[in-house]
Design a protein around this ligand. Structure first.
Ligand SMILES: *Cc1c(COP(=O)(O)O)cnc(C)c1O
Length: 384
């Protein structure tokens, strides 16, 4: 049986045209018309004024933190329940993350815990520099509450929308809510350029500075002159061409991810001890449903569903034996050896999600038969 992947790339018909044109015109460089075109597409979609295409979302977070002035000795508030790429750039800056637990509705940063964390760090005399928000699995966070707290304490917001391109909050695209926002085009994201990312901001000075840093921070001079540390972070014009083809498909891809989610929800409902995607869309928000997730033995079983003795790991192995890829939810960062010394506020919510959750194959190219196979394997795995 063919392998069913978690979230493989799904290309359309136009990516190759953009690539072909770039090769033909010899724009095989980290500069060229596909880059400007891709950035214009990103601005048009998100409504943000400026985009800078970079070779990864991680690089975009790094530059974003630098734009917000994060440096050695500073602290950055960050959810614990996220991929390590959210927090690694805090370390690149010589700063320290301060982890905050999730809330049970959206699984994103809990506003109550955030306020607690801020109050405590200030009491301890720490230098809080920024708030890093994430929309995990494409689910919009409680932005009204979180942004109000950031404003109250004068904290600039960096929005990590790496998993959330195409999601909306009160009608507005995610990736447009931070002083600086970040999207990713890694191979498993809803759109991909194989690897890639972008920094989004309404501030022209921020965008210019990010581009400057991303291209080795060359001062204006005929020779190579440098007065600041720079990076080689610019996206290739070839990959930007793939990005342009992918951007044409974004609304379709969101629609399909949401269909896949709805199918699982309908066809796996009522299985003993299993709840499909218990994270909820807030009123007026739309998740891109990047990955459909399930939780075992939810605290309030619906439809009289009974408990199961299966675990996420036993289910994962059961699917793997049938050549189906699944994956545990993100392991909270405060539980990672890398961040053993980092302060954490709360923790019970995300620890519990990690202990009980699994991500299901959700790629937009998967067929109904693929989904049937996943559902059958899950049923068997729960009964085993
Ligand atoms: C993928 C991802 C990133 C990093 O993006 P890359 O393009 O892979 O560097 C950052 N944050 C989250 C939440 C992600 O899922």
């Amino acid at each position: 049986m063919d392998r069913i992947y978690l979230s493989p790339p799904h290309l359309g018909r136009h990516e190759l045209n953009y690539l072909h044109k770039a090769v033909e015109d010899n724009w095989v460089a980290p500069a060229g018309p596909n880059l400007t075109g891709f950035e214009a597409d990103l601005c048009a979609f998100t409504g943000v004024g400026h985009a800078v295409a970079l070779h990864s979302g991680t690089a975009a977070i790094h530059l974003g933190l630098r734009l917000l002035g994060v440096g050695p000795g500073d602290e950055v508030l960050c959810p614990s329940f996220t991929f390590v790429a959210t927090a690694n750039p805090i370390s690149y800056c010589g700063a320290t993350p301060v982890f905050v637990d999730s809330e049970a509705d959206t699984w994103n940063m809990c506003p109550v815990r955030l306020r607690e964390a801020i109050t405590d760090r200030l009491r301890l005399g720490k230098k809080l520099k920024a708030l890093l928000l994430v929309h995990l699995y494409g689910m919009p966070a409680k932005l009204d509450e979180l942004l109000a707290i950031a404003q109250e304490f004068g904290l600039p917001v960096l929005e990590d929308a790496a998993e959330a391109l195409g999601s909306r909050y009160q009608g507005r695209p995610l990736g447009s809510f931070g002083e600086v926002s970040v999207v990713s085009f890694n191979g498993n994201k809803i759109l991909t350029t194989s690897g890639g990312g972008a920094l989004l901001t309404n501030r022209a000075d921020y965008a210019a500075k990010a581009l400057f840093w991303a291209t080795q921070a060359k001062d204006a001079a005929p020779h190579y002159q440098h007065s600041e540390v720079g990076y080689n972070y610019r996206l290739s014009n070839l990959l930007a061409g793939i990005g342009r083809g992918q951007m044409e498909l974004l609304e379709d891809r969101v629609k399909r991810r949401r269909e896949i989610f709805a199918w699982y929800k309908e066809n796996l409902g009522g299985l003993p001890g299993l709840a499909v995607a218990p994270a909820t869309e807030l009123p007026g928000s739309r998740a891109n449903r990047w990955l459909t997730t399930v939780l075992l033995n939810p605290a309030e079983p619906k439809d009289g569903a009974s408990q199961t003795s299966a675990t996420p790991e036993s289910l994962r192995q059961h699917l793997e034996a049938r050549n189906i890829e699944s994956r545990p939810l993100w392991k909270p960062l405060h539980q990672q050896p890398l961040f053993a010394e980092v302060p954490m506020y709360g923790g019970a919510v995300c620890e519990d999600l990690f202990a009980r959750g699994l991500c299901l194959p959700s790629g937009t190219a998967m067929t109904d038969e693929d989904q049937q196979r996943v559902a059958k394997a899950l049923r068997e795995g729960l009964a085993a």
